[in-house]
Design a binder for this molecule. Sequence first.
Ligand SMILES: [Ca+2]
Length: 313
Amino acid sequence: MVWADMDPGVDDIAALLALVGTTELVGVSTVAGNHALADTDAHARRVLAALGVPVPVYAGSERPLHWPLETAGTVHGPAGRLLGLDRLPPAGPVPSVHAVDALREAFARAAEPFDLIATGPLTNVARFLAGSPAAARRVRALWVMGGSLARGGNISPLAEFNFYVDPHAADWVLREAPVPVYVVGLDVTERVRWTAAELERWADAFAAVRPALGAALAAMFGYYAGRGDGPERGVAVHDAVAVAAWHRPTWFAWRRGRFRVEPGGRDTRGWLWQERDDGPVAVATDVDVTAVKAWVDAAVLRAAARRGAGEEQ
Ligand SMILES: [Ca+2]
């Protein structure tokens, strides 16, 4: 069982597909990051609706805790939208419950603690964990895609995008979250790469049973792969690697300690750094690339093979 908090985002959609192919997805909450909230929310809802998976999607924070929102520009699609997904039908009315309240309710009423995976800026997650300590203790562990310890950043020389967009939320989560926290950042996600042809195979698997979704995913992954480092090296699909870490932590090496995220500064905003050797947070420093890649591929293909609600088995 998992709850996913995300800002889709091409790699968030890949993470979502891997989760659908693997586990019971209790709910999805959306946050502003790669795009404005209305777009990240619509992307998650349209994909789940196209899959026929009845998972509730709750819209959350429209902006970071303190900074104005900065989006990822054209990384995930022209004009900041996921190419292709706008061709999918809209997915019903947006629930009136705010994502932060939905998170609190879901964890408070769960019979057993379960995991939370966050693949966008940590705005919703920080607001939920800080505002509802009793429900927060029902989170078995928090898995975060974000940060870069030693590899350098992707939005500035030091900072990874998610931690850069809401560094106050990220710093609070790493210092104060009352749950085990696992951070999967660029140190590992940049090393697991998919070629355009490999991403095309994902889309093809969906096209066989859901042509509209297959075509949407083909356009989306094709655009994303085209912005990568060439056909040989391929492109990182960061958020899907965080899902693999949740599934099998032993595929990764972890450095434990106390970590901080710089809240501001022209060159330092969003920088993840280690304050002490002993501490409650684990940051991934190495990865079994072959195992992670094979698992993500298989998980996405399982999502393609899955029957939707009400469809014949
Ligand atoms: Ca993301």
